[in-house]
Design a protein around this ligand. Structure first.
Ligand code: FE2
Length: 136
């Protein structure tokens, strides 16, 4: 995995809500830690720890972002909630596979690639709609 697979937190990921942006930045930091762990072939224990942190933080953040969309009566609020459920379900499915495999690096990489692409696409397509509601 090359350095370029890390996510750059640039303007394309800004939502227009500062609290949400700070949380997204932290999510990206955790994702990049995971990329680093995979890239440098760190012990499975480190990968597992980062995955646990990612799930824990993603769930915490989703809840806050959903409340924020509700508060601003954002039209994307419901779509956002089901997208978050999809992410957590997919994450848990991967995590189960990962556990059963006894910490397969291959599964961890697949998980990284799929979930990262999903998350970046989600922020750009759905979370950025938050800005219009905040400034409406
Ligand atoms: Fe979202």
């Amino acid at each position: 995995m090359s350095e370029s697979m890390k996510i750059v937190f640039d303007e394309s990921l800004h939502t227009g809500n500062r609290a949400v942006d700070v949380q997204h930045k932290f999510l990206v930091d955790i994702i990049n830690d995971l990329a680093e762990a995979l890239e440098t072939g760190q012990a499975a224990g480190q990968v597992k720890k980062t995955l646990n942190l990612l799930k824990y933080y993603a769930e915490w953040h989703f809840e806050r972002e959903e409340l924020c969309m509700d508060r601003f009566h954002c039209p994307a609020a419901e779509v956002n909630k089901s997208a978050h459920r999809y992410f957590i379900e997919t994450f848990e499915r991967f995590q189960g596979e990962y556990r059963e495999s006894g910490g397969s690096e291959d599964i961890a990489r697949r998980m990284y690639t799929e979930l990262t692409a999903w998350l970046v696409g989600h922020i750009k397509k759905i979370d950025t709609q938050l800005g219009d509601c905040v400034h409406a």
